[in-house]
Design a protein around this ligand. Structure first.
Ligand SMILES: Nc1ncnc2c1ncn2[C@@H]1O[C@H](COP(=O)(O)OP(=O)(O)O)[C@@H](O)[C@H]1O
Ligand SMILES: [Mg+2]
Length: 429
């Protein structure tokens, strides 16, 4: 075992659980640690029981110093924007993820929009506003009500798709005053509203080259038929047929590669996972809505089912700036993830409900139940967050993956459990 690699994953969500198991499946890896992790990441699943999965406590730098991992992967956006990869690198650790300078692609929407313009990437027309005094003039530049976006990180809550100029004005004023999002709203981007269907494409980059993953679709609203309030994401599927091979090729050529080359040209090379949020018009034109600078959650839960090859080795190469994209290949499978959320989510998720049936679901072939908001209490698994589990299945078709994921969902129960029954329904129709 000693020549096998040890990998540290920073984070505690379903994304990090999915990354960890995919890393553990890599031939070159013997052990994966999560910090802080959750109730699902204390031990390896039965099929990976010959390897080690465990949680580690302490700050990321403390854990790295104690455990001496061969690679560190930083899951969430906040520590990336705060420079955790820079700090780990300075301390001598190999870390996969962008520097703070490169993470501005997600950390500042105004930066991202200016970057896209500068490098010829198609995105909605925008105006950046940094005071209430300049808001009226900016609003007047839009015939139809603009979308209003707080500049900084808002955990997915900083965007208002306004139906009128009045709604847009009110949203922008709330942001600019600091009332809505504090410093993250000190600047506001107003942008033209795009119409069409949304999808995302992820790429793994070493700063120069990219490996492009299949397109995924998320389901943001809590309720079936896209009703009710927004959430962190209630489920995903991939590949999304909306993104044809030709469209994926265009997104690679017109969005992903110009972004990677643009960041390098600007002196802030992007090494890590680049997530392009796209709006595809009815005419089939892809427009960039946003960049995220890390793997999506719950996109990762499905994407990790669709990559063949030594994933850990690829991330190590990318972190070193020397990725051989041929190391990875795309599997021909499809995957579906159904998120099980706590009672009261998204407004006021209830914690402490015991979860049953995890053992049954764990024995189902081609199924993984990724934990997010869970914790262990005297041997029992309890809910401990809004999004609790990501029930994920793969299949040779989307229909097969869908059927397996929902079958596994039926095995799991907790009081007040909420989930959507229409994940991937649009693609299957
Ligand atoms: N220009 C736009 N036109 C139409 N809808 C938009 C536009 N920008 C954002 N949205 C909608 O708002 C959501 C959130 O916006 P996004 O830029 O992805 O920010 P974040 O994910 O950081 O909240 C998008 O998924 C999309 O549904
Ligand atoms: Mg988004």
């Amino acid at each position: 075992m000693s020549s096998l690699r040890k990998v540290l994953v920073i984070g505690s969500g379903g994304r990090e659980h999915a990354l960890s198991l995919r890393l553990l499946e890599s031939e070159s890896v013997g052990e994966v640690l999560l910090s802080p992790g959750n109730a699902g990441t204390h031990t390896a699943p039965p099929d990976l029981a010959h390897k080690i999965l465990r949680n580690a406590t302490g700050s990321p730098l403390e854990v790295a110093a104690r455990e001496q991992p061969d690679l560190v992967i930083v899951g969430p956006e906040a520590p990336l924007c705060d420079g955790l990869v820079d700090q780990l690198s300075a301390a001598g650790f190999l870390a996969f993820g962008p520097s703070a300078a490169a993470a501005r692609l997600e950390g500042s929407k105004a930066f991202m929009k200016d970057f896209a313009l500068r490098h010829g990437i198609a995105t909605a027309r925008h105006v950046t506003v940094d005071s209430a005094a300049s808001l009226e003039r900016a609003l007047a530049e839009f015939d139809a009500a603009p979308v209003v976006k707080a500049d900084g990180l808002c955990a997915g809550k900083g965007v208002v798709v306004a139906d009128s100029h009045d709604v847009a004005r009110e949203a922008a004023l709330g942001m600019l005053s600091g009332a809505s999002f504090g410093a993250a709203g000190a600047r506001v981007v107003l942008e033209e509203r795009l119409r069409g269907a949304e999808a995302s494409i992820h790429a793994i980059s070493d700063g120069e080259r990219i490996f492009v993953l299949p397109a995924a679709q998320d389901h943001k609203r809590i309720g079936d038929g896209d009703r009710g309030p927004n959430t962190g994401g209630m489920g995903t599927y991939a590949p999304a047929p909306l993104i044809t091979p030709e469209l994926a090729e265009r997104v690679t050529r017109q969005i992903l590669l110009p972004a990677i080359h643009g960041m390098a040209a600007d002196g802030t090379p992007f090494r890590g996972a680049l997530f392009a949020g796209l709006m595809v018009s009815d005419a089939g034109e892809p427009g960039l809505l946003e960049f995220n600078v890390r793997f999506g959650d719950p996109e990762t839960q499905v994407l990790m089912n669709l990559i063949d090859g030594d994933f850990a080795e690829a991330l190590i190469q990318a972190a070193r700036g020397k990725l051989d994209p041929a190391l990875l290949t795309l599997s021909k499978n499809s995957a579906v993830c159904v998120v099980l959320a706590a009672a009261g989510y998204p407004a006021t998720p209830r914690a402490g409900d015991p979860i049953e049936g995890l053992d049954v679901a764990a024995r189902m072939p081609n199924v993984r139940v990724f934990h997010a908001g869970t914790r262990l209490d005297a041997g029992r698994v309890l809910t401990a967050g809004g999004r609790v589990l990501g029930v994920t299945a793969r299949g040779s078709s989307l229909a097969e993956a869908h059927q397996r994921a929902y079958q596994a969902t039926e095995a799991i129960r907790f009081a007040g459990m909420q989930f959507r029954r229409d994940i991937a329904a649009r693609a299957l129709a």
